[in-house]
Design a protein around this ligand. Structure first.
Ligand SMILES: NC(=O)c1ccc[n+]([C@@H]2O[C@H](COP(=O)([O-])OP(=O)(O)OC[C@H]3O[C@@H](n4cnc5c(N)ncnc54)[C@H](O)[C@@H]3O)[C@@H](O)[C@H]2O)c1
Length: 285
C-alpha cells in the first residue's frame, strides 16, 4: 500500500475530487481527516471510508478562515498523532463562472463585486496558504511531509467568465513553486494538480445539491471518444479516480523527488493543442 501508516488531511473532502481522494488514500493505508465546510457531506465521506474498512474523522471548517484551518490540523493531530499529507483541495468557482458549461447565471465582468473577488481569493488562494502554514510545524516535527494543492487547467488556459477563478489558481501555482523552494530543506515537498477533465459536476451546482460522485463526462450520457474534445481518445470517459490517482502519486513517496510542480491531471492531451484553428484530420494523415 502506497500510504501505509500515513495521516492525510484533505480539504473539500465532502464531495468530488476530495471525497474520491479520501476513499483512495484510505484504501492505500492512510488515516484521513475529512475537512469540509458542509458537515453532512464530511460525515458521509467518513461513512464511505469506514464502510471500505478505512479510518477517517470528519472536521467542519471553512478554509478561508485561518483559525479554523489551524484547528483542523490540531484536531487531526489529536485524533491521529501526526500529519504526513496536506491535500489543500477545496475550491469554488466565481459567481457566473463558466456559464456556457453550467447553463447558469450570466454575470458580466463589470458586475462582479469586490465581495465576489474576496470570497474566491479567500477560499482558493488564501485557503491553500492557511493549509500550508498550519501543516508545516507538524510536518517539521515529523521530519517531513507532502503538501498537494488543487489548482486547475484554468490556471494555464482561459475559460469563459472565469477570470477571478483563473487568477486564484495561477496564484496557487506560484505559491507552490515558492513554498517548494523554502520548505525543501525540511523534507517537505509541495506540488499542485491542475485537473482538466474527469471532474465533479457538483462544482458548478448550488451548495447543498446531492453529491454526484462521478465526472461531467460520466454523467453526460453515452461516451463517444470521437466527439470528445480530448485528443487522447480512450474507450472510457475520464473519472474523478483518474484525478485522485495523480494526487495519490504526489502524496506518496513515489514522487519523492518532485517538488514545486503543477501537474495537469487527466488532461488527455488537451493542453498540448495549439491555440489556432486547423484541420486535425488533415494534419494526422
Ligand atoms: N469540477 C471542476 O470543473 C474543476 C476543474 C478543475 C479544478 N477544480 C478544482 O477541484 C477542487 C475540488 O473541487 P471539485 O471539483 O471536487 O468540486 P466539488 O464542489 O464537488 O467539491 C468541493 C468541496 O469543497 C467544499 N468546500 C467549498 N468551499 C469550501 C470552504 N470554503 N472550506 C471547506 N470546504 C469547502 C464543498 O462543500 C465541496 O464538498 C477545487 O479546488 C476546484 O477549484 C474543479
Amino acid at each position: 500500500m502506497r500510504l501505509d501508516g500515513k495521516v492525510a488531511l484533505i480539504t473539500g473532502a465532502g464531495s468530488g475530487l476530495g471525497r474520491e481522494s479520501a476513499q483512495l488514500f484510505a484504501a492505500e493505508g492512510a488515516r484521513v481527516a475529512v475537512v469540509d465546510i458542509d458537515a453532512e457531506r464530511a460525515e458521509h465521506t467518513v461513512q464511505l471510508v469506514e464502510r471500505q474498512g478505512g479510518t477517517a474523522c470528519a472536521i467542519v471548517a471553512d478554509v478561508a478562515d485561518e483559525a479554523a484551518v489551524t484547528r483542523s490540523v490540531e484536531t487531526t493531530l489529536g485524533a491521529f498523532g501526526k500529519l504526513d499529507i496536506m491535500f489543500a483541495n477545496a475550491g469554488i468557482i466565481s459567481r457566473g463562472g463558466v456559464p456556457t458549461v453550467a447553463g447558469g447565471e450570466q454575470v458580466e465582468f463589470q458586475d462582479l463585486t469586490d465581495a465576489d473577488w474576496q470570497r474566491v481569493v479567500s477560499v482558493n488562494l488564501s485557503g491553500v496558504f492557511y493549509c500550508a502554514k498550519a501543516a508545516v510545524p507538524a510536518m517539521r516535527r515529523n521530519g517531513g511531509g507532502t503538501i498537494v494543492a488543487t489548482s486547475s487547467a484554468a490556471s494555464l488556459v482561459a475559460y469563459p467568465a472565469a477570470a477571478i477563478y483563473s487568477a486564484t489558481k495561477a496564484g496557487v501555482n506560484g505559491l507552490v513553486r515558492g513554498l517548494s523552494l523554502d520548505l525543501g530543506k525540511y523534507g517537505i515537498r509541495v506540488n499542485a494538480i491542475a485537473p482538466t477533465h474527469g471532474m465533479s459536476p457538483n462544482f458548478l451546482a448550488p451548495t447543498g445539491a446531492p453529491v454526484v460522485g462521478r465526472s461531467y463526462e460520466e454523467v453526460a450520457g453515452p461516451w463517444d471518444p470521437a466527439v470528445s474534445p480530448i485528443p487522447l481518445k480512450l474507450n472510457r470517459p475520464p473519472s474523478l479516480r483518474d484525478n485522485a490517482n495523480v494526487a495519490l502519486f504526489l502524496a506518496s513517496d513515489e514522487s519523492a523527488y518532485l517538488s514545486g510542480l503543477t501537474v495537469p491531471t487527466t488532461d488527455g492531451g488537451t493542453l498540448s493543442r495549439v491555440a489556432m484553428a486547423f484541420d486535425e484530420d488533415a494534419a494526422a494523415s
